[in-house]
Structure formats: C-alpha cells, structure tokens
Design a binder for this molecule. Structure first.
Ligand code: GDP
Ligand code: MG
Length: 446
C-alpha cells in the first residue's frame, strides 16, 4: 500500500561526506554534433552528487586533449585536483565520466581519497530511491553487473554475503574465480526473481491503486527544480538539492488542494542526460510509480539551453513506458525558472499558458505561479469532487466495494450497531448514483 512517508527525524540534513565533483570532457570532439556545454554538464553532476547527500566542497572542469589510459584525466590536472583534495579535506571525488576499474584505483591512489564514477554515482541514487520491488531488483542487478569488472574491490562485500556456508568451488579454484562464480549465480537468481516480479506486476498494480488519494508525480530532468517545487508546495519541511538528501527518501507527501481534495505529491528520480545504457532498465523501473499516478506534472527548466531536447526526451521515454497515449490528459507542464528568462521570453510563456491550460509558468524558487499550478492540478483531477460522510450496514459489502471502486475513501470507522462510517470523495455523477442507491438523506455532506 502506498502511503506518504515522513522525513526521518534527526540527522536528515547530515552530510554523507565532503566531495569534489569533476567533469572531464574532450576538448576537440570528433563528431559533427555540438557537445552540450561542459558547464551545464558539471552543474548537472553537482546536482546528482547533492542528491546522495554529499557536501560539494569544490567542482572543476577537466578538459582533455585525449583520455589518459592510466587515470583518464591528464597528469597536470590530477596534480591540481590532488592539491584541492588536501586543501579542502575532501573525502570523495566524483568523476562525471566512465572510469575503468584500473583508472579508478589509480586515481584513488593519486588523489588520496575515494573515487566514484558517473555510473557508480547514479547507482547510488537509484539504490536509495528505488521504491518498488522491481525497482530494487533492477538496481541490484545493475550494481552487480557494474561490480563484475571491479571484483577485486568488492571482495569484502561478497565475502560478507556468502556468510559462513563456504564450500563454494572445488579445490584449486582461486578466490577471484569463486567470487566471480558467486556473482554470476547471484545475477542469475536476481534475473529469475525479476521475471517473476514482472509477471505479477499487474497484480501488484491493482493493489497499489487502493492508495487513499490520487498521486500526482513530478517528473523532469535533474536540476529542473522538482524538489524545490515539491518543498514549496508541501510546506518546505525538506530542503532542496543544495541541502542534500532532499530527493532521497521522503519523496511522497500529502497535500490539500484549494478544493479540499487531498493528493499525494511524489518527487521522482530525475531524468539524467546521457544515462549509461546499462542503467536504463533500472531508471525505467524507478519511473514505474509514475505509471500509477493520476496526474503527471512535467517540471521543465525553461531557462536551460537544452530545454527543448530535454522536453523531447521526457516525452519519448514516457511514451516508451506506456503513458504516451494517455499523457495528454494526464499531464501538466510546470514551465519552471521563469525568473531566469528575459521579459520577452517570459511573456511568450504567459501567452502560451493562456492558449493551453496544461501549461503553467512558475518559479519554484520565487513562488510565482504556485496558486495557478494548484488550481490547474485541481481542475485536472476534477475539482468538483466532494467529500461526503456515509454510514453503511457492515453487511452491505456491495456498497462498500462500490465506494472503494468509484470514490476515494479517506476515513473509515466502526460505529454503534455494527455499522461503518466512511468519509468518501466522489465526483458529482457518482454522488448522484450513490444517492439513488442509498436513498436521499443517507448522506451527510461536508
Ligand atoms: N532561478 C531559479 N532556480 C531554481 C528554480 N527552481 C529550482 N531552482 C534551482 O535549481 C537547482 C535544482 O533544483 P532542484 O529542485 O534540486 O532540482 P531537481 O533535480 O529537479 O529536484 C537548485 O539550485 C534550485 O535552487 C527557479 O524557479 N528559479
Ligand atoms: Mg530533486
């Protein structure tokens, strides 16, 4: 059952370490395609690192003439970073690129701190965010796959998992071979479990639909402002990206709309540019909850230079996971960061919003457009829905089932005489049907 989680009390703003974020990029690109601006990529990487609660003590661009086999990054730059690591007491360096296991090890030695590459970082985020069983299995599978190439480093981890049962591998088998075999077996087991979960997914979905309130999911690219919007709309008890861990667990929270309708707002894992292909399945699984949402709010950073391409990506992926065709009626666009636009561009968005009620220009940071956005969500969900009190005989299972099917049961109590008192949100048409069913006067409106 889906229920809003409260922020973990205490320590929720504690940092998981001081970090340096480095974005390496090739100075001369071979292809004809213009590369995305390295500065924007670095900004995204910083946003991702903040999502696993790292305190970003420094960030740097590392232009490469050619990748250096031993460390990816050139010698001069490594020396520069090493000084930075020492000076700022940095515990972890995030390299926003793909490192081979050897490069990772070499960098750790040279910089004298832990090193995480882009895939490792994204796996951390997904791991912390996966909510469904399928999501968790997908992330675990991707993680083991990633570890296969890094077996030497994960030796202790495997050792722990194997427990005391021993007896893996016959005589003469080296530690590495048996580790590899254990890992292979674990991957196979996970794949079987995953297939099973996917087979019964429809079933789970039916269960989850019993959520007491409609879920409104925020989707969009990393750094679009989802968490900022989430916090602003829900009262700001959790902090945004700069305050770490914001997008980790307490990502669902109840919210009352102007009409009195209660929704659950869900802050999802963001889209990430150039997602490593081995992580695509895991990312999709984290989007699975979006499938169940009554409404999707696509948060766009309309001030971003890649805004249009990002918009296309989001539509394509949502289409691929099966909500493309229903997207139009289930989607609102929060055109965010309008405070960063010039007056002409802001006016463009305002006019566009006038023509299209599915578009709401907002500034999550400044607070502009919040009332309009809430009203749009309300309207999309059928703002006319009313909350009524119904008392039923406990034996009237048919009406009870009808109420759960057609309405939102927000409270349920046993009262005297073996009766059940319910508070139910119903659309006007269903309210009429219920009155017919029970006879006028059976309902107490509020
Ligand atoms: N100027 C401006 N910055 C914003 C706005 N909304 C969010 N931001 C900033 O954009 C960055 C990313 O925001 P965040 O909510 O973490 O994005 P998320 O990755 O989509 O959750 C943060 O530095 C925010 O302060 C906005 O409306 N205007
Ligand atoms: Mg976020």
């Amino acid at each position: 059952l889906l229920r809003p989680t409260e922020p973990v009390a205490g320590g929720s703003d504690a940092s998981s370490g001081r970090a340096l974020v480095v974005h390496p990029f090739l100075k001369r690109r071979a292809g004809a395609l213009p590369a995305r601006a390295p500065e924007a990529r670095l900004e995204e990487a910083v946003g991702l690192a903040a999502a696993i609660r790292l305190e970003i003590a420094a960030s740097a661009l590392a232009p490469l003439a050619a990748p250096r086999p031993a460390t990816l990054i050139g010698q001069g730059k490594v020396a520069e970073l090493k000084a930075l690591v020492a000076e700022r007491a940095i515990e972890l360096t995030v390299v926003d690129g793909t490192l081979t296991p050897v490069q990772q090890r070499n960098l750790e030695k040279e910089l004298a701190c832990k090193v995480l590459d882009r895939t490792g970082l994204i796996l951390e985020i997904f791991g912390a965010r996966a909510r469904t069983r399928e999501g968790r299995l997908q992330v675990e599978l991707a993680r083991l796959d990633y570890q296969k190439g890094r077996l030497v480093r994960s030796w202790t981890h495997l050792e722990r998992q194997r427990g005391g049962s021993g007896k893996l591998g016959g005589p003469g088998e080296t530690q590495l071979e048996s580790d590899r075999r254990a890992l292979g077996e674990r991957i196979l087991r996970l794949k079987k479990q995953l297939a099973e979960v996917q087979r019964t997914r429809a079933l789970h979905r039916a269960e989850r639909r019993k959520a007491p309130h409609p879920v409104v999911a925020l989707v969009g690219y990393t750094n679009a402002g989802k968490s900022t919007l989430f916090n602003r709309l829900t009262g700001g008890r959790v902090f945004a990206a700069d305050l770490l861990f914001a997008t980790l667990d307490p990502t669902m929270r109840g919210l009352d709309l102007p009409s009195g309708r209660r929704i659950i707002l869900s802050d999802t894992v963001g889209f990430i540019s150039d997602l490593p292909h081995e992580l695509v399945a895991a990312f999709r699984a984290t989007l699975e909850e979006v499938l169940e949402a009554a409404l999707i709010v696509h948060v766009r950073d309309v001030s971003h230079p890649d805004s249009a391409a990002q918009d296309e990506d989001v539509h394509r992926v949502l289409g691929e996971i099966g909500i493309g065709d229903r997207a139009a009626e289930r989607m609102l666009v929060a055109a965010n960061k309008i405070d960063r636009l010039d007056a002409a561009a802001r006016e463009d968005w305002r006019r566009r919003a006038e023509r299209d009620p599915a578009v709401v220009p907002v500034s999550a940071l400044g607070g502009d457009g919040m009332a309009e956005l809430l009203a749009a969500i309300d309207a999309r969900l059928g703002g006319a829905r009313r909350l009524v009190e119904v008392t039923l005989a406990a034996a009237d299972g048919a009406t009870l089932a009808w109420l759960y099917r057609h309405g939102e049961v927000v409270a349920r109590d046993s009262v005297e005489g073996g009766r059940i008192a319910l508070k139910v949100g119903l659309d006007p048409a269903d309210l009429g049907r219920l009155e017919k069913r029970l006879g006028a006067g059976a309902l107490g409106a509020r």
